[in-house]
Write a protein that binds this ligand. Structure first.
Ligand SMILES: C=CC1=C(C)c2cc3[nH]c(cc4nc(cc5[nH]c(cc1n2)c(C)c5CCC(=O)O)C(CCC(=O)O)=C4C)c(C)c3C=C
Ligand SMILES: [Fe+2]
Ligand SMILES: [Fe+2]
Length: 370
């Protein structure tokens, strides 16, 4: 590599100062979402998302023809209409919830005496992983914990977040200490937060004939290729059912959001709901434990499309139980998780009273518990 090329690759950075105290940050990374519920925003988002070789494992020359020749011509308009039906006044639900989680988590970790920064980033779209890492570094972060918003590890999601971090590190001269959370599908705090969400629903609505736990699917082939996602979804579901005291006949795991013509993990959510209705099951509740924030896949695909299919097939009541979002039990679980992953750094940071007060104020503004 020539000198100029080298300088271009490793961008100039502020000079390193000896004796600076270590500064820790947590980066909560979620999938990403379009900027607006419009066809042009959807085209930009889907072009980036579906070009990721972690997401679509088809040889590039063939996939490029399908993606640019068909999918990006047809899907943006259809998907935009779906997004429009779930859009919140503040923006896309996925981003709104992820941002609230980061703000609340920051406040709660501050309450526990940690002086650290919590930010969120999106793997596709904005704020990008690279931009947030640049920002954290510019603010003096020397240690960064990468916390994907996915409890179950999958090469298609978790590993893709890590790819983005590695790509950023590959062009960074003075790389902060990095830590990665791979999975927390069996974390007791996560399971307890899910159980609490469901029990709260039961208090006002009662128990269903069947509780359907619907996870996002992945191509079935990835299971044979060693992706642990399928097994981790099953373990989450099993632990949750045990925590809720459910017998095998009272719940079922399904996989949703099939994309393309290949076989995906089964059983598929919507056909299962239709079959349940046809077999005489009247009252179902659906929960999506693999999604930590409500998004298109839960609010539209489950709460609109799947509801319609179940009721049309003869079901009587369909209740959707919202995702963890910014519920107190979930933020507690995230804080515990981050804390466990943050222990053992060689030096402890000294709390900064001004930063603590600011974090507390932000958390209080969101109604966080004292
Ligand atoms: C929770 C984990 C997720 C896995 C695993 C996952 C795999 C995966 N997804 C696609 C294709 C699409 N997914 C889309 C939306 C979407 N996917 C997840 C999560 C996982 N995906 C979320 C949280 C969302 C919602 C985003 C939002 O903005 O609300 C979409 C886009 C929507 C659409 O146009 O229908 C596509 C496409 C594949 C191919 C895949 C694994 C190979
Ligand atoms: Fe997806
Ligand atoms: Fe979908």
């Amino acid at each position: 590599m020539g000198g100029r090329e080298y300088r271009m690759r490793f961008r100039p950075e502020p000079p390193y100062t000896h004796g600076q105290p270590p500064r820790t940050a947590v980066l909560l990374c979620n999938l990403g979402t379009p900027e607006a519920p419009t066809a042009s925003a959807l085209r930009r988002y889907l072009a980036q998302f579906l070009a990721d070789p972690r997401v679509v494992e088809i040889p590039k020359p063939i996939w490029w023809l399908i993606l640019h020749g068909i999918i990006l011509r047809v899907r943006p308009k259809k998907s935009a209409a779906k997004y429009a039906s779930i859009w919140m006044p503040e923006g896309s639900p996925l981003k709104v919830w992820t941002e609230r989680q980061a703000t609340k988590l920051s406040g709660w970790l501050g309450e526990r005496g940690h002086q650290l920064t919590v930010r969120y980033a999106m793997r596709y779209g904005n704020p990008s992983v690279a931009a947030e890492l640049d920002r954290l570094k510019a603010e003096g972060a020397t240690r960064i914990l990468i916390l994907p918003a996915y409890p179950q590890y999958s090469g298609t999601t978790t590993a893709s977040v890590f790819d983005a971090v590695y790509a950023w590190a590959a062009r960074t001269r003075n790389i902060p200490e990095l830590r990665f959370v791979n999975r927390y599908h069996d974390d007791p705090g996560y399971i307890a937060a899910l159980a609490q969400r469901i029990r709260a629903h039961w208090q006002s609505h009662g128990q269903p004939d069947k509780l359907v736990m619907s996870f996002h699917g992945v191509p079935a082939r990835t299971l044979q290729l060693g992706d642990p996602y399928h097994c981790e979804c099953h373990k989450t579901a099993r632990l949750l059912a045990t925590e809720l005291g459910l017998e095998a006949s009272q719940w079922q795991l399904t996989f949703q959001s099939r994309f393309g013509k290949a076989k995906w993990l089964e059983p598929y959510t919507e056909p299962t709901l239709v079959a349940l209705a046809q077999s005489g099951v009247k009252h179902v509740q659906v929960v999506c434990p693999g999604f930590t924030s409500d998004c298109l896949e839960t609010l539209e695909e489950i709460n609109q499309e799947a509801r319609e299919a179940f009721l049309h097939a003869g079901g009587q009541t369909f209740e959707y139980i919202p995702c963890l979002n910014d519920s107190d039990a979930w933020i507690t679980a995230l804080a515990d998780l981050a804390e466990r992953h943050l222990t053992g750094w060689p030096t402890r940071e000294l709390p900064d009273p001004a930063a603590l007060a600011a974090q507390r104020a932000a958390a209080l503004a969101l109604g966080a518990k004292q």
